[in-house]
Design a protein around this ligand. Sequence first.
Ligand SMILES: [Zn+2]
Length: 403
Amino acid sequence: MILTYCYRIKPSVEQIALMSNTLELLRRHWNYALGQRLDAFNRTRCQIDRCSLVSEPIGEIPEKVNYYTQQSQLKQTKELFPDYKNIWAESQQVNLQRLNQAWEKWLIPDKAGKRGGRPRFKKTGELRSFVYPRVNDKRAGAHLRDGVLKLSKIGEMPVIMHRPIPVGFQLKTCTIVHKADGWYCCISMQDETVPTPLPLEQVKSVVGVDVGLKEFLTTCCGQTVPVVKPYRKAQNHLARQQRFLSRKLHGSNAYKKQQNKIALIHQRVVRIRENFHYNSAHNLVNRYDLIAVEDLNIRGLARTRLGKSILDVAWGSFISKLEAVAVKRGVHVVKVNPYGTSQECSSCGAKVPKTLSMRTHECSKCNAVIDRDENAARNILHRALNAVGLIVSAGGGLGIPRL
Ligand SMILES: [Zn+2]
């Protein structure tokens, strides 16, 4: 299991200058390396509809460019630009590795046939983090002991250990991140043990969860969690501050200050949302052994008129957090196809078509009347139990309410 904990660090003014300088140099190097790749790429191919059928002068063939050629040129870079000697060598390598990853993501499709966008050139301040790929190792660049982080080429600085590093985990990498409200070190750590999920025979309590815009989630027993929309709440404030920004001289000190103010509002929005997601996820995982959720197509949903609200409640990231929390505790999370879950009757299976505005489910066949979302949650649970092979008739024993 791999975990990442982020701690706030307290660097001195000189250290901040060093770290900012590191980021700036790495950014320039990223741009240079990307340019080198794009150049080689463009010179070794032509568009499919533009080449002559007989022959084509190809000119000088450029040298091959890949991660290994770029890494071996790092030595030369240091000779030409001595500033690069002030950066930990491994951090420079990771910078190139990150570029390589982005590059391959662009050119090589993944299993689903999808590719990423073309890696971009980074503007000033767009590179926000650099990595020490080894921690507490003999030759590592970063050492974290007793609340003090020692970084090669930068120095020692206190770390605010707001939570202890879990026992039995080996520290793997240390990423220094410049966020809107300061500097952080994100430590990724690994434990060889893999948490085993609870055997299905021992599953005692199950729950189906329907997510929505009216209530954030509704369980199959009718409990609801009200929706939190931090972005909507911050929108006016944000608009005001963005208006102030537009009146400042582009690139001036006041402009940068205002930019940071806006970044802080966005950071607050993200943090409120994340905190809410984790609280809701822990709440569910504490109470149930198996949780059934919808497998939503968020991208498709976000293109509709409700897009902003849908991205604001962020069900997708909630579900991935729920899965992460559940894995740690051995709880099952089952994703089911959401198609028709709100239209089906959960007690007799009949189709009861309804629009979004109809909030109660009234079945004409079996006369069941329950809340719309609760009905959907029950359907989701039934589908999940079928999928994992738990018998639905045992539902009564699993604490599923019957109509
Ligand atoms: Zn019915």
